[in-house]
Design a protein around this ligand. Structure first.
Ligand code: GDP
Ligand code: IMO
Ligand code: MG
Length: 429
C-alpha cells in the first residue's frame, strides 16, 4: 500500500503521533497536510520522549523524508525552535521539506487569536492561541502570506504593507495593540526566511514523483475528525480540514492515489477545549481515567476532559473519512475497571439519534445510551508483552469482547491495539 493516511477519529490526541512513528518504519515520506503548531504529538522511543508540533512524526526514522504540505500553517519561529530542539537531541532534520504554498502565521494572527476568544464568550473554542484560526481566515480572505512570499522580500513587503494597517485597526477595535511596527515584523520575518529557505520547495511534485517511483508515503493527520472545520463541532473545532479530503487538498494529490485510510481511536474519549461532550465523565472515574491516561495537552498543558468511548462520534469518522482500518490506543488505561461503557447511540427529546447532529444545542441535549461490557485486568508491561505475540487470541477476554463489539458496530476491522506509549507496545490482530 504505497499511500496511506492516518488520522484522528475523535477530538485529537488519539495517539496519531505514536502510530505515525510506528508505521513510518517502511515509509520513505511522512507528510503533514493541515493544522499547525496547535498539534502536539508525543512519541516515546529509546527511553526518550519527543513532543512534536509542526515537524512530521516520521522525523525519528532515518529512512524518512519529512514533508510539510501546502495545507499546513507555519509559524516560522516556532518551526525553527522545534528544529533546534531536535538537533539538540541528535535528530537529523536536514532533508525536511516545506511547501512553497503553505501559509505563514504572522505575529498579529496570534494577537487576534487571543482577542477574538474573549469577544466570543461562550462561543470560544478554547484555542491553543497559536494564531491558527486567524491565519486560515486570512488564507481564505486572500490576505495571507505564503512561504513563497516569505522567500521574496519585495512581494512580502508589498503584501505586509496592505495587511498591516488593516490588522492594526482591527486589533485596536478589539482593545488590543499590534505591538510591533511594520518594519520590525518585516526584519524579523526576513531573518527567519533566511534560515527556512533551504527547506522550501514544491512538495506536490516531490510527493507525486515519489509515488510514481513506487515509494511508500504516510500522510499524517493532526487534530481529529470532530475538530474539522466542516465536519467538526463548529464553532468549537479548529480551522483546517482534518479529514481524508483535507489530505488531498493539503498536499496536492489526486484522490485515486490514496490506497488506505487508517483511523486512530482512543479507547475512551478526550477533549481539550470547550463545547458539548455527550459521554463526558464528571465523577471520580473520570478523574481516574484522566490521571492514569496522563491526559494533559501536549501543546498547552491543559487538563483534558474525558468520557466513555462514543461510537456515534466514531461512526461519523468512519463515514466522512472512508476508514479502511482502525487502531485502538490506550487500552491499558481502561484496564482494571470492573465494567466498561460504550455509547452506541443517543436519545434526544425521546427520539433515538444514530448520527452525530450538526447543531451544537442538539448535541448538548443528546443523552448517550450505553452498552456495558466486562472489563479486563490491569497487566504489567511485561505481561502485555508476553501476550502481544499471540495476537487476537492472546487478548484478555474483556478486551477481545470490547474490540469485537466495536468492529461489529462500525463494520471496520481493528488491526492494532496499543497498550502503552512506547513504539513497541502494540498487539497486531
Ligand atoms: P496525538 O495528538 O494524536 O499524536 O496524541 P498525543 O501525543 O497528543 O496524546 C496521546 C498520548 O498518549 C501521548 O502522551 C502518547 O505517548 C500516549 N499514548 C499513545 N498510545 C498509548 C497507549 O496505548 N497507552 C498509553 N498509556 N499511552 C499512550
Ligand atoms: P493534536 O494534533 C486536541 C482544539 C483546541 C480548541 C480547538 C481550536 O495534538 O491532536 P486552535 O488552536 O486549533 O484554533 O483551537 O481545537 N485543538 C486540539 N485539541 N488536539 C489537538 O491537536 C488540537 N488542536 C487544536 O483545544 O478547542
Ligand atoms: Mg496531541
Amino acid at each position: 500500500m504505497p499511500a496511506k493516511v492516518i488520522l484522528g477519529t475523535q477530538w485529537g490526541d488519539e495517539g496519531k503521533g505514536k502510530f505515525t512513528d510506528l508505521m513510518a518504519d517502511d515509509a520513505e515520506l511522512v507528510v503533514r497536510f493541515q493544522g499547525g503548531n496547535n498539534a502536539g504529538h508525543t512519541i516515546v522511543f529509546g527511553g526518550n520522549t519527543f513532543k512534536l508540533h509542526l515537524v512530521p512524526s516520521g522525523i525519528l526514522r532515518k529512512n524518512v523524508t519529512s514533508v510539510v504540505g501546502n495545507g499546513v500553517v507555519i509559524d516560522p519561529a516556532a518551526f525553527l525552535k522545534e528544529l533546534d530542539q531536535l538537533a539538540e537531541a541528535n535528530v537529523e532534520t536536514g532533508d525536511l521539506k516545506i511547501s512553497d504554498r503553505a501559509h505563514v502565521i504572522m505575529p498579529y494572527h496570534k494577537t487576534i487569536d487571543g482577542l477574538e476568544e474573549v469577544v466570543k464568550g461562550n462561543l470560544a473554542a478554547g484555542t491553543t492561541k497559536r494564531g491558527i484560526g486567524p491565519c486560515y481566515s486570512d488564507k481564505t480572505a486572500r490576505f495571507g502570506m505564503r512561504m513563497c512570499d516569505l522567500m521574496d522580500p519585495e512581494e512580502f513587503r508589498h503584501k505586509l504593507s496592505v495587511a498591516y494597517p488593516l490588522k492594526s485597526k482591527y486589533i485596536q477595535a478589539l482593545d488590543g495593540d499590534i505591538g510591533q511596527t511594520m518594519e520590525e515584523i518585516f526584519d524579523e520575518y526576513m531573518a527567519l526566511a533566511e534560515r527556512l529557505k533551504p527547506y522550501v520547495c514544491d512538495t506536490s511534485v516531490l510527493i507525486n514523483d515519489a509515488l510514481d517511483q513506487g515509494k511508500n508515503i504516510l500522510f499524517e493527520g493532526a487534530q481529529g475528525t470532530h475538530l474539522d472545520i466542516d465536519h467538526g463541532v463548529y464553532p468549537y473545532g479548529t480551522s483546517s480540514s482534518t479529514v481524508t479530503g483535507g489530505c488531498l487538498i493539503g498536499t496536492g494529490l489526486g484522490p485515486k492515489r490514496l490506497d488506505k485510510v487508517v483511523g486512530v481511536v482512543k479507547a475512551y474519549t478526550s477533549r481539550v477545549g470547550t463545547g458539548p461532550f455527550p459521554t463526558e465523565l464528571f465523577d471520580d472515574l473520570g478523574e481516574h481515567i484522566a490521571d492514569k491516561g496522563g491526559e494533559f495537552g501536549t501543546t498547552t498543558g491543559r487538563r483534558r476532559r474525558v468520557g466513555w468511548l462514543d461510537l456515534v462520534m466514531v461512526e461519523y469518522a468512519v463515514r466522512v473519512n472512508g476508514l479502511d482500518s482502525i487502531v485502538i490506543t490506550k487500552s491499558d488505561v481502561l484496564a482494571g475497571l470492573d465494567e466498561i461503557k460504550v455509547a452506541t447511540h443517543y436519545t434526544q427529546d425521546g427520539k433515538d439519534v444514530h448520527h452525530f447532529p450538526a447543531s451544537m444545542p442538539d448535541v448538548a441535549r443528546c443523552v448517550p445510551q450505553y452498552h456495558t461490557l466486562a472489563g479486563w485486568p490491569d497487566l504489567t508491561s511485561e505481561e502485555w508483552g508476553a501476550i502481544a505475540s499471540k495476537g487476537r487470541d492472546g487478548l484478555p477476554e474483556g478486551l477481545k469482547a470490547y474490540i469485537t463489539f466495536i468492529e461489529a458496530n462500525l463494520k471496520v476491522p481493528v488491526d492494532v491495539v496499543s497498550y502503552g506509549p512506547g513504539r513497541e507496545e502494540n498487539i497486531y490482530l
